[in-house]
Write a protein that binds this ligand. Structure first.
Ligand SMILES: Cc1ncc(COP(=O)(O)O)c(C=O)c1O
Length: 376
């Protein structure tokens, strides 16, 4: 029998998701509606929000775009974000008319280096956009200290960190603005989807307009599965809303999130245990007790990453690379950046191993054996 290939990502959608979808189709209100609102409420409850709102969107990228706009980012402004990041952030920054300024990362948590970020601040800098890579918090306290001292907004890219706890609180439940993604491979999915978590009621109003073509009464009516037949268009706007159907998938997923997180944490702990003693390998800087792991990123320090990828492939195991740094992409070749020496090194070391919710034990063992056999 042919050996089954282990993919990097496997979405966990079961009969529970099908039941939610069937119900949503049965209701017959397919667009943004009451289920969109229910998904937002469930996100708020899961993140234990007390003084802030959730606004869902059709992707994480659109959430970033309108969050930047609501935070006042526009033409002529600069936003500091790591090059070691997904290009969604840099594209969204450009969509506002602002310019991304790419910053280096730290070698430990692979998050933004605050000292280097400080050196990149100019009078045009409006915001910092740090990433919690792989679900592991960046130096959040350092970012907030810096932004506070320089009067900058913070839009946390928490797309990898839905459920991660930092300083005893879930990311998104404190601070300025946080963004999450529910795309097909994230810890929970709504097929595609995302959200903005913010705290300023006037920004919520603006975000509602930005999400739905600038129409003033749409959000409140649609949350009741109704349309406003009399309305005004009061702002610029996009068509970035999350539909009832996508929200139904998201609701089915968020109901199971504790199970998903716990099972992924267990795999990451096993990986850490198995790989920590290997020479020329660096395991993530987390014990995964407080981290909601999106990916497991191993670092191969001896220059043999491509050979390890080949070795894994020969064992029918896929591996990924997060990320190709954004400054190496042709469209961003001319973008501003500071010293990226850590990024330049790390991007040739990182390797994403398969990690699934409720990952099959046999898969976990096969990955461990294949990696260990390569280094022994
Ligand atoms: C770090 C990061 N930021 C932003 C995004 C964009 O999210 P979405 O795919 O939902 O648009 C992603 C998605 O992969 C991501 O990994």
């Amino acid at each position: 029998m042919a050996t089954e290939t282990i993919p990097v990502f496997v979405p966990l959608v079961g009969s529970d998701t099908l039941a939610h979808l069937a119900h949503a189709l049965d209701v017959g209100w397919l667009g943004m509606g009451a289920l969109t609102k229910e998904f937002e409420d469930r996100i708020a409850a899961f993140l234990e929000l007390t003084d802030r709102f959730v606004l869902s969107t059709n992707t994480g990228t659109s959430a970033i775009h309108i969050a930047l706009l609501a935070a006042g980012v526009g033409p002529g402004d600069e936003v500091i974000t790591p090059s070691f990041n997904y290009v969604a952030d840099h594209q969204a920054i450009r969509m506002t008319g602002a310019a991304p300024v790419m910053c280096d990362i730290r070698d430990d948590n692979l998050g933004i280096d605050c000292e280097k970020a400080e050196a990149l601040i100019t009078r045009r800098t409006k915001a910092i956009m740090p990433l919690h890579f792989a679900g592991i918090p960046c130096d959040r306290a350092g970012v907030y200290r810096l932004a506070g001292a320089r009067g900058l907004r913070i839009i946390e890219d928490a797309c990898h960190a839905f459920g991660t706890i930092c300083a005893d609180q879930k990311i998104g439940s404190t601070g300025d603005i946080a963004i999450f993604s529910f795309d097909p491979v994230k810890i929970i999915t709504s097929i595609d989807g995302g959200c903005v978590v913010g705290r300023d009621p006037s920004e919520l109003k603006r975000l509602q307009h930005l999400r739905l073509l600038g129409v003033d009464r749409d959000t409140t009516e649609r949350y009741k599965n109704r349309r406003a037949w009399e309305y005004d268009v009061v702002d610029e706007g996009y068509r970035y809303h999350l539909t009832n159907i996508m929200a139904a998938v998201g609701i089915s997923q968020i109901k199971r999130i504790q199970e998903f997180i716990a099972s992924r944490q267990a795999v990451c702990k096993k990986y850490n245990e198995a790989f920590a003693g290997l020479e020329d390998v660096k395991v993530p800087s987390s014990g995964f007790s407080d981290v909601s792991p999106f990916i497991y990123s191993l670092r191969v320090l001896d220059g043999r990453r491509e050979r390890l990828i080949e070795h894994l492939r020969s064992h029918h195991i896929d591996a990924g690379i997060h990320f190709i740094p954004v400054h190496r992409h042709s469209y961003f070749a001319g973008a501003a950046h500071g010293d990226l020496s850590v990024t330049e090194r790390v991007v040739d070391e990182v390797l994403t191993l398969p990690l699934h919710s409720n990952m099959r034990e046999e898969f976990v063992e096969r990955v461990i054996e294949a990696v260990v056999s390569f280094f022994r």
